[in-house]
Design a protein around this ligand. Structure first.
Ligand SMILES: [Ca+2]
Ligand SMILES: [Ca+2]
Ligand SMILES: [Ca+2]
Ligand SMILES: [Ca+2]
Length: 261
């Protein structure tokens, strides 16, 4: 009888385990939103997430929206200890060491955010939230994988007293995320663009080949006032063999119906 009573006391002393379920969506505008929901129990007090990308991207450090409860960016505070105030900076962190992420393009970074109350104590966040929307700029499309950052927190990616998460079982991967920022050049909507017509005059001739050569060497540049991006015949953020193949097809066969620009 005594033994049973002891077991009961122990069971009551352990807080209910909460399970957090993270989700992520590609918003189609170079931004990604990570959200979570949690079942009954302790709510998150912070997150440590790692983001791995298949090609270098520049995280847009000032273009993010975080849930208001997640008001403390721990690594930013670490890198900027003087005059730091709650809410300052951004939640993006170096994937391999303590400290805020810089502006250089990277293939891995972390998201490090905590919840502080008005007295500076670590409060609980909401049961469910759109945790963060962030923007990545790079070339073409990338796959983006989100997992727990075990450098900064437990394998659940969530700081709290007793919290499990779906990230312990499997990371979340978004495939084919378009990270070409700055808008699409008008030429991408030309009728014959998919066949290498860079200047919109419905033919594929030496002028278009010149733009293709320029784009192969310098995607961000221009050739005779035409953005070299116009040579990107499949609009995937590069000028590579696939684009040249489309141009050769257009050179040989034209492209059918076309209204000049
Ligand atoms: Ca042309
Ligand atoms: Ca022409
Ligand atoms: Ca291309
Ligand atoms: Ca390509």
């Amino acid at each position: 009888m005594r033994k049973l009573a002891l077991v009961l006391v122990l069971a009551m002393a352990v807080p209910a385990m909460a399970t957090v379920t993270f989700t992520a969506v590609d918003n189609g505008d170079q931004t990604i939103t990570i959200s979570y929901s949690s079942d009954a129990g302790d709510a998150p007090r912070g997150v440590g997430l790692r983001v791995d990308v298949t090609a270098p991207v520049a995280v847009q450090l000032t273009e993010f929206a975080a849930d208001a409860a997640y008001n403390t960016f721990i690594d930013y505070a670490h890198s900027n200890p003087l005059n730091f105030a709650v809410g300052d900076g951004h939640p993006f962190a170096d994937a391999t060491a303590a400290g805020a992420l810089g502006e250089d393009a990277v293939t891995s970074f972390s998201i490090s955010m905590g919840v502080l109350d008005e007295e500076g104590g670590q409060a609980a966040g909401p049961d469910a939230a759109d945790l963060i929307t962030f923007k990545l700029c790079g070339e073409g499309t990338v796959d983006v994988t989100i997992s727990a950052d075990t450098l900064r927190g437990p394998a659940s990616g969530v700081v709290g007293s007793v919290i499990a998460s779906n990230l312990e079982t499997a990371p979340i991967t978004l495939t084919g995320v378009n990270v070409v920022c700055g808008g699409e050049p008008a030429c991408w909507s030309y009728d014959c663009h998919g066949f290498g017509d860079s200047d919109g005059d419905c033919d594929v001739d030496a002028a278009d080949v010149g733009v293709a050569v320029g784009g192969w060497n310098n995607y961000e540049g221009t050739t005779n006032d035409i953005p070299n991006k116009c040579a990107d015949t499949d609009s995937d953020g590069d000028v590579d063999a696939a684009d040249i193949g489309n141009l050769v097809t257009g050179w040989n066969n034209g492209c059918g119906e076309c209204t000049p620009k």
